[in-house]
Design a protein around this ligand. Structure first.
Ligand code: XLS
Ligand code: NI
Ligand code: NI
Length: 445
């Protein structure tokens, strides 16, 4: 039985001219085979649908019940029957939407049992079923992850829990999910530290919790090697929510943490747009930081609401915001194992099952247009030329001497005094650059 019977054919590219009917399911910009920057659009963007918000969330919020039409989430349905119905609907959606990837948490795909053994058996069964569907549909796994934040046992964190039994329980879940991700040929494995943080410092030893978290990451990296999984390990930074403070606050914090515990090169970052804005940065900043420091991995595409301060996980719809970040990604060589995962949820009133299509189509068209803009900015070269000119002095003799450690502070001071240095400030040309970006955005087709 189909869950989306009104969509007979996979959604296809209709072109920008197709503006007639807002309800028609078609891509206006995303044209998977169109070459951009030497690769088809689908390979540049590597889009993925997430299982959790789309299939495992009933549309509830802290004040109200679920509003969505998701029969497998109804009370009283046998949990394994429900998991199968959900998986059928999910794979039907992936193929009808025409995206190459999906992502999931262990508990999204299979129900937790009453023991770890039972949970493992449930997941193993569902993973084999997913493997068969992946074979027939060609849909691939961008990443897998373990949910170490919903169950009450994780209220005080998983790796950073004051109780080592909780740490060991989390280890069992991650081991199993890492192996499941490997079994499904996953391209990455994500660790989001949902409750790796604190509610109050009154009861918290921050130093000890950091050591525990680093130890957990070491164990995960060792296990990855021992099973021969060659995907990328990713940490997803987020500053707070659900806890008051989270240790993987932003890309720079994660970078410092990895450096301190000698884990650079083992872990990269999965940057979520709405987490970037929650941390007080732009998404552009987070991406640029990660690329400049060699820790960029993947992206959770979504957006927040500028008027409120939580993770609203809305579908991306701003080319202005995304094109600058995509520009940095392209300039850095593009994705390797990463991609754009839609970690996005519908608004609670979007209760028609076909709203899932509208959300993803709009998000993917926004990414596609941002990719075209980014490629145009790269080809035009104005932004890179402006940066080159601005730093030109550092390519000169004095700049080289400072950076190659052949001068002391006293040498430089003597030299500055002797030459009576009086450097002339130059314009940063911000408005001119902003205008240039807008011109590219407005003219890109
Ligand atoms: C929550 C996170 C979560 C991760 C996966 O804010 O974005 O959805 O992506 O655990
Ligand atoms: Ni996320
Ligand atoms: Ni999030």
């Amino acid at each position: 039985m189909e869950f989306f019977p009104d969509v007979a054919q996979p959604v296809s590219y209709a072109g920008a001219g197709d503006q007639g009917d807002a309800d028609r399911l078609a891509y206006r910009v995303y044209d998977p085979d169109r070459p951009v920057g030497g690769k088809p659009m689908s390979e540049q963007l590597r889009p993925a649908v997430c299982y959790w918000h789309s299939f495992n969330w009933p549309g509830s919020d802290i004040f109200g019940h679920g509003t969505f039409d998701r029969p497998w989430l109804a009370v009283g349905v046998d949990p394994m029957e429900a998991a199968r119905a959900k998986q059928d609907a999910a794979f039907e959606f992936f193929t009808k939407l025409g995206v190459p990837f999906f992502c999931f948490h262990d508990v999204d795909m299979a129900p937790e049992g009453s023991t770890l053994r039972e949970s493992k058996a449930n997941l193993d069964e569902m993973v084999e079923r997913a493997a068969a569907k992946m074979d027939t549909t060609g849909v691939q796994l961008l990443w897998g992850t373990a949910n170490l934040f919903s169950h009450p046992r994780y209220a005080a964190g998983a790796a950073t829990n004051p109780d080592p039994e909780v740490f060991a329980h989390a280890a069992a879940q991650v081991r199993h999910m890492l192996e499941a991700t490997h079994r499904l040929g996953g391209h990455n494995y994500v660790l989001w530290g949902g409750r790796e943080g604190y509610e109050t410092l009154l009861n918290t030893r921050m130093g000890q919790e950091a050591d525990q978290l680093a130890r957990f990451l070491e164990l995960v990296a060792e296990h990855k090697r021992s099973i021969g999984f060659d995907g990328t390990l990713l940490i997803e930074p987020k500053p707070q929510e659900p806890t008051k403070h989270q240790y993987d606050y932003d890309s720079a914090t994660v970078h410092g943490f990895l450096d301190r515990y000698d884990l650079l090169g083992e872990f990269f970052v999965n940057i979520e747009v709405n987490h970037a804005t929650l941390s007080g940065h732009s998404f552009h900043h987070e991406v640029a930081y990660a690329i400049d420091n060699g820790i960029f991995g993947s992206v959770d595409a979504n957006r927040g609401d500028p008027q409120n301060g939580w993770d609203t996980d809305q579908f991306p719809n701003s080319v202005d915001e995304l094109s600058l970040a995509v520009y940095e990604i392209l300039r850095g060589g593009g994705f390797t194992t990463g991609g754009f995962n839609f970690d996005t949820k519908l608004r609670r009133q979007s209760l028609d099952r076909y709203d899932l299509f509208h959300g993803h189509i709009g998000g993917l068209d926004t990414l596609a247009q941002s990719l075209l803009v980014a490629e145009a900015m790269l080809a035009d070269g104005s932004l890179e030329r402006a940066r080159d000119e601005r730093y030109a002095g550092w390519r000169g003799e004095r700049g080289a001497r400072i950076m190659d450690r052949s001068t002391t502070l006293a040498d430089l001071a003597d030299e500055a005094v002797a030459a009576d240095l009086d450097p002339t400030p130059v314009s940063g040309r911000q408005e001119a650059l902003e205008n240039h970006v807008n011109q590219v955005i407005w003219s890109t087709k």
